[in-house]
Write a protein that binds this ligand. Structure first.
Ligand SMILES: Cc1ncc(C[n+]2csc(CCOP(=O)(O)OP(=O)(O)O)c2C)c(N)n1
Length: 626
């Protein structure tokens, strides 16, 4: 394999274009095999940037020149070209290679990322620093058309154009975000060029015109004139140039020599310049190319690379599915309900809603802040918006949730998926802040369902409230329970009655492990009471009063220990004059590296054994200090 001979970018420069094509093929195969074997990771985005990454590493001298990847999910090729082939066997596994650029892994990686639309801002800062140091290192920022829909990208462009800072921006335009990108900017000629049907049609028309005897060449050249005129109207150059950023392109992104030429030419420019590169997401792997919706953006399980993923992809998982179905039922009965996603209609479970209520569905692009304030506007206008968002991306719109929704007391429902530890994607994707953040918003009701049944009920309750509400559920295998373990309204639910020694107040996903911990404790002669907190804010006074009768109160949550549900409970307990101990279990004040969700929770003491052990040691401490 040629790939085995690539220890770093220098080795690329020794290859001719035929060899580079072979290398591109080997890279695609390596990526498909690794992602299929580990059953997790980003496929389509990486297959689309193989030639682009090769060209970048031949033209620029990383790490002396600084190559930055927006979002970072498409950096696998970059990793392969910078000496990390071995790491692909452990992609996204605990202790193994990260699914994103990682400073710990390589001097070629600058950003610990995964949240979109930031790269132009990093580039602006780095280029300013490079300039002050008086060096001629080039700063290159690769950003997708999807990530260009995020507000930060515009803020940075505006600032780059104004300051004239020398940054080379590669706009990697594949027409896709998670789903087709919602942006007028990347529509137009680029779409015409990329669309395989139209492309074939165009080639046929060109051929027919060329073949016409006598008239052929003239007709063909006037067709070129039409294309040129179309470019003027449809290309996004006017947009960039109006901001003071030079525009070049669009160029075919799978032609290494062509991309290299464009990069070399642009690299001599002294200010900010965009090289618009057209690529095909999922290029070279038929199951990804054939996936019209998301081009196998990411995968949801192990699969055979020869066969491709299961027919129809991976089914919606339990909690997301419960949300999706309940929202549709509610929306059928209430025409005021609208659903909003920030570029993630599939993963948040909104595609069935979109199919049924297209005019009440809004994909706003990777624009969480806009999504939330738009929801505020919808609610001001008398509608009932639901913002479906991953917990980790909710953080980005905290100010909007606080002031635009909270301050106005508007009935916006935040449907927060992938809350708590998510695992594979690493520190930036864990959803450990939502309860701490949302519970700081006055008037916000915060629900933490512990089962699929609770997701359904809580969503209905949230939609019936007069003010803002947030319902947060975890990633992964759903817990399903019988009716006796399902609460109602804003009440907490006592799920196990014990003696007055220990009371465990468990939140959301950790109710199951807390009950299992109580069983373990029972075997050791400790008869614990367990409550499903259900509503983190406002806390149920009946639960607090019952907990106050216990010597040891233990709170358990899959969110930050400091400032989360446990903190609220401890505060409330002291206000009640509780004289016993309140021990708070939750995630630590640190960034948690990637690994499997359950293994991480266990390592943090947030599984049944860990909770039971914490209770035992707190009891032992109380015994020695009593
Ligand atoms: C702030 C934020 N919201 C949502 C996401 C989820 N997400 C990951 S990749 C992606 C699409 C990115 O599209 P694009 O930049 O065009 O890159 P492509 O995958 O097409 O190469 C989205 C929405 C994210 N990473 N960051």
């Amino acid at each position: 394999m040629l790939l085995d001979t690539i220890a770093g970018p220098d080795d690329l420069r020794a290859l001719d274009f035929n060899q580079l094509e072979q290398l591109a093929e080997e890279i695609r195969e390596t990526i498909v095999r690794s992602v299929a074997a580990t059953g997790s990771g980003h496929l389509g985005p990486n297959l689309g940037v193989v030639e682009l990454a090769i060209a970048l590493h031949r033209v620029f001298e990383s790490p002396r020149d600084i190559i930055l990847w927006d979002t970072g999910h498409q950096a696998y090729v970059h990793k392969l070209l910078t000496g990390r082939r071995e790491g692909f066997a452990t992609l996204r596994q605990a202790g193994g290679m990260s699914g994103y650029p990682s400073r710990r892994e390589s001097e070629h990686d600058w950003i610990e990322n995964s949240h979109a639309s930031t790269v132009l801002s990093y580039a602006h800062g780095l280029a300013t620093a490079v300039d002050q140091a008086g060096t001629d290192r080039r700063v290159v920022a690769v950003i997708g058309d999807g990530s260009m829909t995020g507000g930060m990208a515009y803020e940075a462009l505006n600032n780059l154009g104004h300051s004239g800072t020398r940054v080379l921006i590669v706009l990697n335009d594949n027409g896709r975000s998670y789903a087709p990108t919602v942006s007028r900017l990347s529509e137009g000629l680029s779409r015409l060029r990329l669309h395989p049907g139209l492309k074939r049609g165009r080639t046929r028309i060109e051929q027919m015109l060329r073949d016409l005897p006598a008239l052929g060449p003239i007709a063909y050249s006037s067709l070129q004139g039409v294309y040129a005129a179309l470019r003027e109207v449809l290309e996004p150059h006017a947009f960039f140039e109006a901001l003071g950023v030079r525009y070049t392109g669009p160029i075919e992104g799978h032609d290494i020599a062509g991309v290299e030429d464009a990069l070399r030419a642009a690299s001599t420019y002294e200010g900010p310049i965009v090289v618009h590169v057209l690529t095909q997401k999922g290029k070279g792997y038929a199951p990804a190319e054939d996936d019209d919706e998301k081009c196998l953006h990411d995968v949801g399980g192990v699969f055979d690379p020869e066969e491709g993923p299961p027919e129809g992809g991976w089914a919606l998982k339990g909690y997301t599915q419960a949300f999706s179905e309940t929202l549709i039922e509610a929306a059928a009965a209430d025409p005021r309900i609208h659903a909003i996603t920030a570029a993630m209609p599939g993963p948040t479970g909104l595609i069935p809603f979109e199919a049924q209520f297209p005019e009440r569905f809004h994909d706003v692009g990777i624009a969480e802040q806009h999504a939330v304030t738009m929801a505020a506007g919808l609610a001001m206008g008398g509608l009932r918006p639901v913002v479906a968002v991953y917990s980790t991306f909710f953080s980005r719109a905290f100010d909007q949730a606080n002031l635009d929704v909270g301050l106005h007391g508007l009935p916006v429902v935040f449907a927060v998926d992938r809350a708590g530890i998510t695992g594979d994607d690493g520190p930036s994707h864990n959803g450990v802040l939502d309860m701490a953040l949302a519970s700081r918003i006055p008037g916000m009701t915060v629900f933490a369902p512990s089962s699929v049944q609770e997701v359904r009920g809580m969503l209905r309750t949230a939609l019936s409230l007069d003010g803002p509400a947030l319902v947060r559920w975890p990633k992964g295998a759903p817990r399903s329970v019988d009716a006796s373990l399902v609460g109602s309204g804003l009440e907490a639910l006592r799920v196990r009655a014990g003696s007055e020694a220990v009371c465990i107040l468990a939140v959301g996903k950790l109710v199951g492990p807390a009950l299992d911990a109580a069983s373990l404790l029972g075997e050791a002669g400790v008869d614990a009471t367990v409550w499903d907190v259900r509503v983190v804010k406002p806390l149920d006074p009946a639960m607090l009063a019952d907990a106050a009768r216990h010597d040891l109160v233990v709170t358990v949550e899959d969110g930050v220990r400091v400032g989360g549900a446990g903190s609220l409970i401890a505060d409330a307990m002291s206000a009640l004059g509780h004289e016993g101990t309140v021990m708070q279990l939750g995630t630590p004040d640190s960034y948690i590296p990637h690994g499997k969700q359950d293994a991480i929770l266990a390592s943090l003491g947030l599984d049944a054994a860990g909770i039971a052990a914490s209770v035992q040691s707190a009891l032992a401490l109380r015994a020695t200090t009593a």
